[in-house]
Design a protein around this ligand. Sequence first.
Ligand code: HEM
Length: 133
Amino acid sequence: MKKIIFPFILFSLISVGAYAYQRYSQNIPSNNFPITTNTSQSSSTLPASIGITNKTGITMSQIATHSSVNDCWVAISGKTYDLTAFIPKHQGGAKAVIKTCGTDATNAFNAKSVHQQPSAAAVLVTYYIGNVQ
Ligand code: HEM
């Protein structure tokens, strides 16, 4: 009898283990829908909370109304970024960014070669809120 039970238990443990490994390594929660993260922003998913529904529609005068440390939008190369949350994270110091809030910061940004690193672009894109009209 033992001869049958032992391999059976071993097989069961391996099966359960393999199933659990597969489920957790794919990050699938118990409702069977894999977790997906949407990194691209289409105009329909732009945050309505800040009143932007059209990516092409942010004017320089709109940007100019977000010119403080607590509400900081900038234009860089024709794109608008809300850098409010980024200010305390800027490696070059908060002041450098604060100075440009509410303005076209393209020249200030391009003036430092460190900003040409792909890593800087990757950070910047996460603050993108729309194009400049
Ligand atoms: C409005 C946008 C920005 C402006 C005006 C700006 C301006 C500056 C300036 C003036 C410096 C030089 C500071 C100094 O040498 O004293 C600097 C450094 C730096 N910035 Fe920015 N920056 C901006 C956005 C960003 C973004 C989006 C990133 C993304 C990661 C970034 C990453 C860095 C890094 C890594 C340094 C070098 C810090 C060091 O030398 O230790 N900056 N920035």
